[in-house]
Design a protein around this ligand. Structure first.
Ligand code: FES
Length: 140
């Protein structure tokens, strides 16, 4: 982990109330993970225990202890997308992904009326059928 970059992130939030989650999101975005070194640095800056920081990191699925360099497709598995058939798409998406692409379940991407929905990077893909989702996975 680039400690200079880590300290830049911490300094950017200095003095801000409720800075824990914004700091953790920035670290996750910058490094693709929040490791023990980062947890310790965050704890020190915010005057928290490492256990408190680790508790937050381990609670939220968006935070990961190790970077995963694979492309990631976030596939909504929440109720509205379930009602619109997402579960029937999962086996084909998983087969297309193999070990090359990570299919990450998420729980609502905010486009419930046009599900099933997936996100790749900053782009949302709605009204997915099996062919569209497999193509999205294959081109990720
Ligand atoms: S339930 Fe899937 S986008 Fe909201």
């Amino acid at each position: 982990m680039d400690t200079d970059r880590l300290h830049e992130i911490l300094a950017a939030h200095a003095g801000c109330k409720g800075a824990l989650l914004p700091i953790l999101h920035d670290i996750q975005h910058a490094f693709g993970c929040i490791d023990a070194v980062a947890e310790a640095a965050v704890a020190k800056v915010l005057n928290l225990s490492r256990a408190e920081v680790h508790g937050v990191v381990s609670f939220y699925h968006d935070f990961t202890p190790e970077a995963d360099p694979r492309p990631c497709i976030e596939l909504c598995r929440a109720e509205a997308c379930q009602a619109r058939g997402v579960e029937a798409l999962v086996p084909a998406a998983t087969a297309a992904a193999g070990e090359r692409v990570r299919i990450k379940p998420v729980y609502c991407l905010g486009l419930c009326s046009v599900g099933p929905v997936a996100r790749h990077g900053e782009l949302l893909h709605a009204r997915l059928d099996e062919a569209a989702l497999v193509k999205l996975v294959q081109t990720a």
